[in-house]
Ligand binder design. Sequence first.
Ligand code: C5P
Length: 309
Amino acid sequence: MLSVVPSPVVVRAPSKVNLHLSVGDQRADGYHELTTVFQALSLSDEVSVVPAKALRVSVRGENASSVPTDERNLVWKAAVLLADAVGREPLVDITIDKGIPVAGGMAGGSTDAAATLVALNALWELDLSREELTDLAAQLGSDVPFVLHGGTAVGTGRGEKLLPVLSRNTFHWVLALAKGGLQTPAVFRELDELREKGSPPRIGEPEELMHALASGDATALAPLLGNDLQAAAVSLLPQLRRTLRAGVTAGALAGIVSGSGPTCAFLCADSDTAVAVGAELSGAGVCRTVRVASGPVPGARVVTSESIG
Ligand code: C5P
């Protein structure tokens, strides 16, 4: 008799960089009102799911040991949330292959959660629409809807309300990964404290940046990159100042802290420059390691899914 062994559904999902991240006041629910422009980058994670007798999460790749594999993992929460929503048990084995730095400000955990929603939608043949998945994604975290959709988009509210942004051409990035991580809530708290003590500059509205994206001109885009959380990340990890300077000295058009950090993202004129900047930065002793990436890329998507006999 032919026994059918299900092969895993594998979903690839991107990281993100915030080209623009303006942080408003803290709301009654503890979140901050944001206006942000996200871009999805080619540095990605893969999530595989197969049916199992119980929910199990495992993590492979760099720094995998620092990622929890129980109900604290956003992937676990995603599986339970989706299973509850459709009235079934989350009986799956989930494997995460990390390419995105852990606690790096590049949405790694959110990416895995978005990937899990897409993977289980396929595995369980649920046929949920992108809108239905987006509603679930927003319950899991502020960045999850964006990494589900990918591309380039403006996010408001907590960052979860999205509108696509016209972006021409591919942009080339170098990512400098820091030695430690930064916890997002601590970085937002630090910004609140900096604002209580003084008035760190605010980056304002992203209109000009949107025009630069539509023109596809990296040189026009570079001086418009901005992140209100950068001052807070640098305040918590002052060595980031050196990293940011080193990338520009190495030939990048501009550098910013990615999201809540501590990864620094450097926009380069083209892919050859990005490789050269990456090589120079990795020898400069200002970061743990470097990656070259490009964007925009699509959001979470199935890369393989088939049953073998
Ligand atoms: O939404 P998410 O769970 O990813 O957010 C993590 C933390 O980051 C929140 O608990 C909050 O401290 C902070 N945050 C915020 N304002 C936002 C998004 C996140 O203060 N708009």
